[in-house]
Design a protein around this ligand. Structure first.
Ligand code: S6P
Ligand code: ZN
Length: 204
């Protein structure tokens, strides 16, 4: 553990080569997998999700690949997040979304592949979204919950994410509140629909 008195870092410098075309992290130590069945309660069309689980063999929704660093203040965690394309009803495949447990921690997403949006909200009811596409970076400020959605018709949405290693993930609040908007695709167009899930009204 680093401290001001003992600045000895707990890991040594290192480097690695990312496959920026495919969006691959070499030799990840952790692979977090979220399947359709892990997403119960998140989509508006619950019946469509159940059909997807039953008829498509509970497909993978998204994966997170990590080579973890110590979860201590001062370190930067990094990972690759890969969100598959697809719809539940007309709602685009999305991540669960979370606040950071240490709310005052920001995050950077650098999109490597695909297209989509980063949907963000504060507990005070502000809502925002930013477009994700190869080469675009999204800055998620402290205290903003964040969820990504894949709006493409066949390509994964792949991002390289960096955030303070002690940030932690708070999923419970989003499970209760949802987001004020849902990202749909109708007739080939992306639609930001008001959400029927409980939660604060959109104020911006
Ligand atoms: C971590 C960062 C991402 C997400 C990933 C999956 O702080 O924001 O790595 O973990 O995109 O999303 P979620 O909401 O299921 O953690
Ligand atoms: Zn995060």
């Amino acid at each position: 553990m680093m401290s001001a008195k003992d600045p000895t870092p707990s890991i040594d410098p290192f480097s690695l080569e990312l496959d920026l075309e495919q969006g691959l992290l070499p030799e990840p130590e952790n692979r977090i997998v979220r399947r359709a069945s892990d997403m119960r309660g998140y989509y508006a069309d619950e019946a469509a999700l159940e059909r997807l689980i039953a008829e498509a063999g509970d497909p993978i929704h998204y994966e997170v690949f990590e080579v973890p660093v110590p979860e201590e203040a001062g370190q930067l965690m990094y990972c690759i997040s890969t969100l598959r394309p697809g719809r539940v009803g007309d709602e685009c495949f999305m991540t669960k979304g979370h606040y950071h447990t240490v709310a005052e921690t920001a995050e950077i997403y650098l999109c490597l592949r695909g297209e989509g949006y980063m949907l963000m909200k504060t507990s005070a009811g502000r809502c925002a979204w930013e477009r994700m596409a190869r080469g675009r970076m999204v800055y998620v400020p402290p205290c903003w919950a964040h969820r990504s959605a894949n709006t493409s018709d066949g390509e994964p949405l792949v991002s390289f994410c960096v955030y303070p290693a002690h940030a932690g993930h708070n999923y419970g609040d989003i499970q209760c509140e949802g987001f004020p908007r849902r990202i749909l695709k109708r007739g080939g167009e992306v639609v930001f629909a008001g959400s029927a899930s409980p939660g604060p009204a959109v104020t911006s």
